[in-house]
Unconditional design. Structure first.
Lengths: 228, 81, 147
């Protein structure tokens, strides 16, 4: 019975999607807001990457809420998993090649991640992509040594400070009489590393927060005991 | 260009169906990474390099890592059936 | 030419959404449902990005000081960036919950979990649970052993 109702639901969903596809026009909608942003973002925000100027400048509040969602998910995941029991069965020890290879990965991933974060306003990239690479950089040496645990207090401190830094930069804009998260400092020369005002600082805060959060979550998932 | 998009879409859709039909969860995870990678190439063709980089790093990288760790802890790493 | 490419992209997006929904609705294993959620999210992100795609536009980035004539819309790209990161957060929480469910019930099969949940609730409330013809064999045996 459940199978029949599920199949009927899927049939209805397929028909709905086909109907939407038939009646809505795709590919010829003129994006007015997008065109306006493309025309003025170079002078107003000064970032060569327009997506960065949208993510941090025009829609900076959405980024703050996204950081909140990520923080809630990571914290709730940590709460649900709980502390590992002492004396639980551990994975077998990994060999020398794996440990040496993982240690070699660490500085390379660190450099690539920091490069992507710092150049977020010039080339495709930014805080989220670089933060994920940083999380991998800090997690892979722990993955190669089963039994060692990450210092969760340090990770939480970095995450909290980075998030507070983001909000602080946003609040500083209000001191001058502007709105929350207005880009500060002058825009500088287009295409230079020091341009686009406070946007690189915001992206550094985002990158550190996302990186430490995801590294802590991965470490917790790896430390939790196998349920069996 | 059209042929490239067609091939990528066919591979992606077949891998997506394979994710649901494969009995071995490790193979389903590999098929899921193929879907993510194909999606990332489609994003580049759609003129969105930022989104493509995010999808490649998170979908094919972090998501697969999360699944692999969870499968290990759930005891579904080796399915004998 | 452009109509064909647009059609292929839309078939991909709708196909992923449909396959993801089918995975969520028709699966009995919890991890398969989580795979379906991830596929559904991927399809929805592709659909969102397709909404304002124009032929012949270039990426919304200024390289070497040259501004392209027609640039793609940066707003849906920023939204999809956010959506992908939120998707991975949801995935992490879903996997943690699946781990807890296995610790509590010992199995990840949805039918058994549902039956055991109803049995636990009925035991707490002190009422008798009517046996159903859809119950898996292990649960029927347990009910017979209890009665």
């Amino acid at each position: 019975m459940r199978r029949i109702s599920s199949a009927l639901f899927l049939l209805g969903l397929g028909l709905l999607i086909a109907m939407i596809f038939q009646t809505m026009e795709f590919g010829s909608v003129a994006p007015l807001v997008g065109q306006a942003i493309n025309a003025t973002a170079a002078e107003q925000v000064g970032a060569a990457n327009f997506v960065t100027s949208v993510v941090l400048g025009y829609r900076g509040f959405d980024t703050l809420l996204e950081l909140t969602i990520l923080f809630t998910a990571a914290t709730a995941g940590g709460l649900v998993l709980g502390k590992p029991r002492a004396g639980a069965v551990r994975d077998p020890d990994s060999g020398f090649i794996l440990r040496a290879g993982a240690d070699l990965f660490f500085p390379l991933l660190l450099v690539v991640g920091l490069y992507i974060i710092l150049h977020g306003h010039l080339t495709p990239g930014g805080g989220f992509q670089g933060g994920v690479i940083l999380a991998a950089a800090f997690f892979i040496p722990i993955l190669a040594r089963p039994g060692t645990s990450m210092d969760h207090r340090l990770v939480s401190i970095i995450e909290g400070l980075a998030g507070a830094g983001f909000i602080l930069i946003g609040l500083l804009a209000m001191l001058g009489g502007g709105d929350f998260l207005t880009p500060l400092l002058d825009t500088g020369e287009l295409g230079a590393l020091l341009s686009a005002g406070s946007l690189p600082l915001l992206y550094i805060a985002v990158g550190l927060k996302v990186g430490s959060e995801l590294a802590g979550l991965l470490a917790q998932l790896s430390e939790t005991e196998a349920s069996d | 260009m059209e042929l490239l998009v067609l091939v990528i879409v066919i591979v992606m859709l077949c891998s997506a169906i394979a994710v649901l039909l494969l009995k071995d969860f490790l193979a389903a995870l590999a098929a899921f990474s193929v879907v993510s990678l194909g999606l990332s190439v489609l994003f580049v063709i759609l003129r969105a390099p930022d989104v493509a980089m995010t999808e490649a790093a998170i979908g094919a990288g972090l998501s697969s890592l999360l699944f692999a760790l969870a499968l290990r802890r759930l005891g579904l790493w080796h399915l004998r059936s | 030419m452009s109509m064909d490419t647009s059609l292929i992209f839309h078939i991909a997006a709708f196909g992923l959404i449909l396959i993801g929904s089918a995975g969520i609705v028709l699966s009995t294993h919890l991890v398969r449902i989580i795979f379906g959620i991830a596929l559904l999210e991927a399809g929805a992100n592709l659909l969102l990005l397709l909404a304002t795609y124009r032929e012949g536009s270039s990426a919304p980035i200024i390289v070497d000081g040259q501004i392209p004539a027609v640039m793609a819309d940066p707003v849906p790209q920023a939204l999809v960036l956010t959506a992908i990161v939120i998707g991975v957060g949801i995935l992490a929480l879903a996997l943690s919950l699946a781990l807890r469910v296995q610790r509590a019930y010992g199995t990840l099969d949805l039918r058994e979990i549902r039956q055991r949940l109803e049995q636990d609730i009925a035991d707490e409330a002190g009422i008798e649970l009517p046996s159903s013809i859809d119950a898996p064999q292990a649960v029927v045996k347990r009910q017979e052993g209890r009665a």
